[in-house]
Design a protein around this ligand. Structure first.
Ligand code: MLT
Length: 411
């Protein structure tokens, strides 16, 4: 009989968001009249920007004419998209990133998991707690951890706790780790990182020969001009960081699928024989073998994000969700909740009232207000007693959800 990857048996029952969906479905089955408002998974609700739609329609037409038809594209993404990304997302901010260092993909979630393909089995890996669960689960699947302890933490990972006590900003570790996942603006807490803070991480990584995986999927939500959008705004980061970006949350591509990963050519890690190997070459090899690129049509849609019309439409989209976040923060505060995030990020992180556990609060919120959020404990042991509300929804739904929550919880 064939055997399985036993590491999968170490995973907790289900991925967080399917588990939430399962609980909501069970509730709806016995309460079919309930008007559920979902502020759980960070999935966008507003239509794709017109500039992107127009570009994709034109691209569909291109596919209907032999002279402009496209078959397999470059596995790394089309040059015209990579050039625009390099120029506008990086060079315009003073980051010396070349188009050849950009790898267009179908998602930052996929890439943060796939990147482990090019790293060894014995790296010491640090994650914050709470954390985006994909970073942890993909390491479990790859066999980089042991079993969980009674708190649900995997043996073998280094957890860096974040809480209100450290403003949801992890202390730089005192021990040596090889791979570090950072996400700013942060999912789930909505916390942001200053340049000085990222500089401390870059200094740490360079001193310890570590690699930082920097997830900047939410950079478009930064409104404070002093905050960095990319880790490459920090001197030295090209020697120690891989950055993940996405068109999901800025341009509404969660269903359309387009993202990119930046692997600087000078970035190296050690082979078993002690030699230093360029990570760019390995990632290029991995993508060329396991991935056939994002569709031409979708890449044309992503390219339109960088047009004047696209930029204006994306700003309007992001502003719309940020206004939702502001409404959520204000309303929750007025109802007596202790609230974090939601200013430079689409996520609001709150302390559960009366010391309820995260899942108990989830159930209570669902049953009494028919509003769905995400239990903080689903992001890690240190998320217990917290809860995440997403600002991705229509204004009408956000206002209605807040009306129900304030009516239910106002002291
Ligand atoms: C979330 O809710 O945390 C996000 O939707 C995760 C993701 O983008 O994969």
């Amino acid at each position: 009989m064939a055997t399985i990857n036993d590491n999968y048996l170490k995973l907790k029952a289900g991925y967080l968001f399917p588990e939430i969906a399962r609980r909501v479905n069970t509730f709806v089955e016995s309460n079919p009249e309930a008007k559920i408002i979902k502020l759980g998974i960070g999935d966008v609700t507003e239509p794709l920007p017109e500039a992107c739609r127009t570009a994709m329609i034109k691209a569909v037409e291109d596919m209907g004419d032999r002279s402009t038809f496209k078959g397999y594209g470059p596995e790394q993404g089309y040059g015209w998209l990579r050039e625009k990304i390099a120029a506008q997302d990086f060079q315009a901010r003073g980051c010396d990133i070349d188009a050849s260092e950009i790898f267009v993909s179908d998602g930052a979630k996929c890439d943060t998991g796939n990147i482990l393909d090019i790293f060894g089995k014995n790296n010491k890996i640090a994650v914050t707690d709470p954390v985006y669960p994909v970073y942890v689960d993909t390491n479990v699947m790859a066999g980089h951890t042991g079993e969980t302890n009674d708190k649900g933490e995997y043996n073998g990972l280094v957890y860096l706790p974040i809480s209100a006590d450290n403003n949801f900003i992890a202390d730089i570790p005192t021990e040596k780790v090889d791979l570090i996942y950072l996400c700013f603006p942060n999912n789930p807490t909505g916390a942001t990182a200053t340049k000085a803070y990222l500089k401390a991480w870059v200094d740490y990584a360079k001193a310890n020969d570590s690699i930082i995986f920097f997830d900047a999927a939410y950079e478009a939500f930064i409104t404070d001009d002093s905050l960095p959008h990319s880790i490459y705004e920090i001197e030295g980061a090209k020697d120690c960081a891989i950055e993940f970006r996405s068109f999901s949350k800025n341009a509404g591509f969660t269903g359309t699928r387009c993202a990119f990963t930046v692997v600087p050519k000078q970035l190296t890690a050690k082979a078993a024989d002690g030699s230093e190997v360029e990570l760019w070459k390995l990632w290029n090899r991995r993508q060329s073998t396991k991935f056939n690129g994002v569709s031409y049509i979708v890449q044309r849609g992503a390219e339109a994000v960088y047009s004047d019309a696209g930029k204006a439409q994306i700003k309007a989209l992001v502003d719309f969700y940020l206004e939702n976040a502001k409404i959520i923060c204000e309303q929750l505060k007025s109802a007596g909740f202790e609230v974090y995030g939601g200013i430079n990020a689409p996520y609001i992180w709150l302390k559960t009232p009366h010391n309820l556990s995260s899942w108990d609060f989830f159930d209570k919120l669902l049953q009494t207000t028919h509003v769905v959020g995400t239990p903080g404990s689903g992001f890690g042991a240190a998320g217990e007693g917290y809860f995440r509300i997403s600002a991705f929804n229509s204004r009408e739904n956000v206002q209605e959800a807040m009306k129900r929550i304030t009516a239910q919880f106002k002291a």
